[in-house]
Design a protein around this ligand. Structure first.
Ligand SMILES: Nc1ncnc2c1ncn2[C@@H]1O[C@H](COP(=O)(O)OP(=O)(O)OP(=O)(O)O)[C@@H](O)[C@H]1O
Ligand SMILES: O=C(O)C1=C[C@@H](O)[C@@H](O)[C@H](O)C1
Ligand SMILES: [Mg+2]
Length: 241
C-alpha cells in the first residue's frame, strides 16, 4: 500500500499535519502551492554549484520516510545523500548501518556469514530505521528483492525506484570490486541476470524515476519533482473520492 499523501513543504516536519495525516479531509485540504522561488532563480541556483542548496525549489514532499531502491551502482547512496541535504532531512544507508552494527564490511559479512544472514540483518536494519521519522533511506541493491524487507518498505516508506539502463550502471559498478555478488569470473553476465530478474520487482515501488544523464544533481531534481507529482496526484484522487 502506498503511504497516505501526507504532504508538507520542503524541509518541514509539521507534527500537527502528521496527526491529521489519516483524515480524509486533511488529504483534501493539501493543495499544490505556488513555487516560492522563480523558475529563473531556481535555474540559476541549480547551475551555480552542484552541491549548493535550492536544487529543489519549494516542492511538496510527504512526511515520513522516503526510500530509494534499485540495482547496485544506480546511485541510491549518492542521490539519496544529496536529496536529504536538499530537503533538510537525515540520511541513512542500509549498507552503512549494517557495517556499523556488525563492525564488518558488506563484503566481509557476505564472506563470513553468507548472503542469507546478510539479508536477515538488512531486514532488521530497515525495520529499525523506518520508525516513521522523516528520513531519506538508501537501501542496498537487494533489499527490495526479498519479500520481508520489501513489505516493510512498501508499508512504511514512500519507495522510489531509481531506474538506469544496463550499460550506464554496469560501467559504474565495474570501477569498484567491493560488491560481493560481482566477485565472479563473469560479472557482466551476473549483472545482466540480476538486471533482468530484479527490474520487474523494483517496478513495484510507488514511484519510478529514470536516472538523468550527466551529473548526480539532475537525478536529485528529477526525484524531487517526481515526489511532488506523486503527492499532487494522490491529493487529486482524495478530492475525487
Ligand atoms: N550521475 C552520476 N554520474 C556519474 N557517476 C555516478 C552518478 N551517480 C552515481 N555515480 C557513481 O556510481 C557509483 C555508484 O553509486 P552509488 O554507490 O550511489 O550506487 P548505489 O545505488 O548506492 O549502489 P549499491 O547498491 O551498491 O549501494 C559511485 O561511484 C557514484 O559516484
Ligand atoms: O544488489 C545486492 O544484492 C547488493 C547490493 C549492495 O548494496 C549490498 O547490499 C550488497 O553488496 C548486496
Ligand atoms: Mg549504496
Amino acid at each position: 500500500m502506498p503511504p497516505e499523501p501526507r504532504a508538507a513543504r520542503k524541509g518541514q516536519t509539521d507534527p500537527a499535519q502528521r496527526d491529521r495525516r489519516n483524515s480524509p479531509t486533511a488529504k483534501a485540504a493539501v493543495e499544490p502551492q505556488a513555487k516560492t522561488q522563480s523558475q529563473s532563480g531556481a535555474k540559476k541556483a541549480a547551475s551555480k554549484k552542484a552541491s549548493s542548496a535550492n536544487l529543489v525549489p519549494a516542492l511538496l514532499v510527504p512526511n515520513g520516510p522516503i526510500a530509494l531502491v534499485g540495482l547496485m551502482g544506480v546511485g541510491k547512496t549518492t542521490v539519496g545523500r544529496r536529496l536529504a541535504k536538499e530537503l533538510g532531512r537525515p540520511f541513512y544507508d542500509s549498507d552503512d548501518e549494517i557495517e556499523k552494527a556488525s563492525g564488518r564490511t558488506v563484503a566481509g559479512y557476505f564472506r563470513d556469514h553468507g548472503e542469507d544472514e546478510f539479508r536477515a540483518g538488512e531486514r532488521r536494519v530497515i525495520d529499525r530505521l523506518l520508525d516513521g521519522s522523516d528520513i531519506i533511506l538508501a537501501t542496498g541493491g537487494g533489499a527490495f528483492i526479498q519479500d520481508g524487507a520489501r513489505d516493510i518498505l512498501q508499508d512504511r516508506a514512500l519507495t522510489i525506484f531509481l531506474k538506469g539502463d544496463f550499460e550506464t550502471i554496469f560501467a559504474r559498478v565495474r570501477k569498484k570490486d567491493t560488491r560481493p555478488l560481482l566477485k565472479v569470473p563473469n560479472p557482466r553476465e551476473t549483472f545482466e541476470a540480476l538486471y533482468k530478474e530484479r527490474y520487474p520487482i523494483y517496478e513495484q515501488a510507488h514511484i519510478v524515476v529514470n536516472i538523468a544523464k550527466g551529473p548526480h544533481d539532475r537525478t536529485v531534481q528529477r526525484v524531487a519533482k517526481a515526489i511532488d507529482h506523486y503527492v499532487k496526484s494522490q491529493n487529486a484522487k482524495a478530492r475525487v473520492l
